[in-house]
Design a binder for this molecule. Structure first.
Ligand SMILES: [Zn+2]
Ligand SMILES: [Zn+2]
Length: 176
């Protein structure tokens, strides 16, 4: 199963945003939101102020609920988000990007665009019955979300840090 480019990009950024709430919180400053915006090649409105940062931070709880929901609940949440923001999907081509879907205008607030883009991406995962691509980190102390869009589904940890910590623990356990 190959997902469309915009689906992959939206899922990766949504997971990173949700995981930024894990201790230590890595979305507490405008500079961190700036970095997130650049890393995930967002376009459109970016206010760079405290209100925008607060609004994006406030999306993390609802997005976590969406990404960890069972299929029927995820459908309800997706439909709610699309209705709440009057999403109207349209095909657009801009910058270096070939045709992809925007469902809200580029001047919609960043937190709204993130919510709607995540909902649109979740439509693909739900229709393909591929919500199993989302899981909670295998590290016992971590609640981070793992997104695995690879063919062989080998990812178990949300980050390299979690992967390394568990590899070291497993190595020590074998030596004992
Ligand atoms: Zn676009
Ligand atoms: Zn983790």
């Amino acid at each position: 199963m190959i997902f469309a480019h915009d689906t992959v990009v939206a899922m990766i950024s949504a997971v990173e945003l949700v995981n930024s709430a894990e201790e230590p919180d890595t979305m507490t400053e405008i500079a961190q939101l700036d970095q997130f915006f650049v890393t995930h090649a967002y376009t459109g409105t970016h206010a760079r102020d405290d209100a925008e940062l607060a609004a994006v931070r406030a999306q993390r709880g609802p997005l976590r609920a969406l990404l960890t929901a069972d299929r029927d609940t995820a459908v309800e949440l997706v439909n709610e988000i699309l209705a709440a923001h009057h999403a109207v999907p349209r095909l657009v081509r801009h910058d270096a990007l070939d045709y992809h879907i925007h469902a809200v205008p580029p001047d919609a607030p960043l937190d709204v665009r993130i919510a709607v883009e995540t909902a649109m991406a979740m439509i693909d995962l739900i229709r393909a019955d591929e919500l199993g691509r989302l899981d909670i980190c295998a590290d016992q102390a971590c609640e981070g979300i793992v997104l695995d869009l690879s063919r062989n589904r080998s990812r178990r940890y949300c980050s390299t840090a979690c992967g390394n910590r568990n590899a070291v623990a497993a190595y020590r356990a074998r030596k004992r």
